[in-house]
Ligand binder design. Structure first.
Ligand code: AP5
Length: 224
């Protein structure tokens, strides 16, 4: 069966990580989140992590050259050869062009770019209530998706914290950066016929069902 190479994109807090976590199980594909990779580098104190942290703390994008090299290396790993789910990449036109170039050199291509659409006021509600576990980054929301025990991850029992970039002024900057630098990708993938839009304001289960239906249709249309 031809490979499934998916991009998940949308504003911060749209639910990309929440959905990618489910889709990777459905389709047994590696889930490649540039945000998670960068946070792991920050935690490990690598050179990349030190450079990235100052941008991430402000809600700014990490420079393209750092991100493109990191993703290119990850896509070269054995588990990504039969398909992948990208979350948070590409985020600029230059990143999208670099990804296209790398894939076309390998005679591979993107199957679809799935845009999870959520308005700004909902983003602010979601991110200000988000909590993540310190061990593996599992996501919760104090109101919409609370853990069974307050402050403790259901999946691995570790402590839940608020991300540094989920503070109100940083959330506002992340949204501005999204509208200015990432939204132009909607036209980019629309023109290539790859854009699929999902209403991200529905419940996580409904959003998941919708994305699965879109992928099933793609498979029927293109024998993906
Ligand atoms: P990154 O980690 O990618 O952050 P983001 O895109 O801002 O996305 P989030 O992780 O905040 O949100 P999400 O859409 O995954 O939502 P989630 O599922 O968690 O990037 C962080 C930083 O790294 C960037 O600011 C930048 O500095 C840097 N970076 C990363 N990639 C880069 C790149 N390519 N280029 C340059 N710099 C880069 O859900 C959010 C909350 O809502 C959770 O609490 C969840 O429980 C809840 N929720 C989810 N779905 C629903 C629903 N349907 N209904 C109600 N609640 C929901």
């Amino acid at each position: 069966m031809p490979e499934l190479n998916l991009i998940l994109f949308g504003p911060p807090g749209a639910g990309k990580g929440t959905q990618a976590d489910r889709l990777r199980i459905d389709f047994r594909l590696p889930f490649i989140s540039t945000g998670d990779m960068l946070r792991a580098n920050v935690k490990d104190g690598t050179e990349l992590g030190k450079k990235a942290k100052e941008y991430m703390d402000q809600g700014e994008l990490v420079p393209d050259e750092l991100i493109v090299a990191m993703v290119a290396e990850r896509l070269g790993e054995p588990d990504a050869q039969d398909g992948f789910i990208l979350d948070g990449f590409p985020r600029t036109i230059d990143q999208a062009e670099a990804l296209d170039k790398q894939l076309s050199e390998l005679k591979r291509h993107i199957t679809a770019a799935v845009l999870i659409e959520v308005p700004d006021d909902e983003v602010i509600r979601r991110l200000s209530g988000r909590r993540v576990c310190v061990k593996a980054g599992h996501n919760y929301h104090v109101e919409f998706d609370p853990p069974k025990r307050d402050g403790v991850c259901d999946q691995d029992g570790s402590r839940l914290i608020q991300r540094d970039d989920d503070k109100p002024d940083v959330i506002r900057n992340r949204l501005e950066v999204y509208h200015n630098q990432t939204e132009p990708l909607v036209d980019y993938y629309d023109q290539k016929g790859l854009m699929r839009r999902i209403d991200g304001t529905r419940s996580p289960d409904e959003v998941h069902d919708h994305i699965r239906a879109v992928i099933a249709t793609l498979r029927l249309e293109d024998d993906v």
